[in-house]
Design a protein around this ligand. Structure first.
Ligand SMILES: C[S@@+](CC[C@H](N)C(=O)[O-])C[C@H]1O[C@@H](n2cnc3c(N)ncnc32)[C@H](O)[C@@H]1O
Length: 212
């Protein structure tokens, strides 16, 4: 394998602390724990303001990690969440971190299988994940297929790609907005959730709601 080859093993982690450090990297004075504590509530609030999430709702969290967002949404609303992740260790740790009968994790292939048997979700969201994917356009197709009619999808993502490679991260161009907009009946771009690490990050990300 070459130094620049896609290397998903980067997301293999051995415990929740290591997972957290990959999910929200320390930036400047802000530690992973600081970021976890200040960035999660505004994101959960934004989702709840735009999606009518109840105990009856089923959501997909694509690139769930250990369930940073899923855990809070379940606690606040009683919804059911299917956490999808490329990493088997993230999926396993997600079941521990969320520890709820309202949470299950599965692989990307597992989600495709569920869809082939008729499963659909009311809403889906994906935070800080499509930038790391080797196939973000295929992931978007999958997510739209996973939504019921009039279902909603939220994406929080960088305006560029950050692909895992053996030697670190490979940065590239990525513009997913036209792909998402072309598949949507309607869409809107609210301001990014409050408390993202700093203004310079905020300028390099997009925060969009897309409706099937
Ligand atoms: C930066 S973390 C974000 C985790 C979570 N969304 C959050 O905000 O706390 C990115 C996650 O996406 C997962 N991931 C990366 N590429 C993926 C892909 N192609 N399909 C599904 N999950 C992927 C990683 O394993 C990791 O758990």
């Amino acid at each position: 394998m070459t130094e620049n080859e896609y290397w998903p093993e980067k997301f293999d982690v051995s415990d929740i602390e290591e997972a957290k450090r990959i999910i929200l990297t320390p930036e400047g004075d802000a530690s992973t724990e600081d970021r976890w504590a200040v960035e999660t509530p505004p994101l959960v609030q934004l989702l709840r303001e735009n999606f009518d999430i109840t105990e009856q709702s089923i959501l997909i969290d694509f690139g769930v990690g250990v369930g940073r967002v899923a855990k809070e949404l379940i606690n606040e609303t009683g919804c059911f969440i299917v956490g999808v992740d490329i990493s088997a260790s993230m999926r396993t740790l997600g079941n521990i971190y969320c520890y709820s009968p309202n949470f299950m994790s599965c692989s990307v292939e597992g989600l495709s299988t569920l869809l082939s048997k008729g499963f659909r979700a009311d809403f889906a969201y994906s935070a800080w994940t499509l930038q790391h994917s080797a196939e973000p356009k295929e992931n978007i197709d999958l997510l739209f297929n996973a939504l019921s009619d009039n279902g909603g999808l939220y994406i929080l993502n960088a305006n560029y790609s950050v692909l895992p490679v053996k030697e670190g991260w490979k940065f590239g161009t990525l513009d997913l907005k036209p792909v998402l907009e072309a598949k949507s009946a309607r869409y809107n771009y609210p301001p990014s959730p409050d408390n993202l690490i700093n203004e310079s990050v905020t300028e390099q990300v997009f925060s969009g709601f897309y409706w099937k």
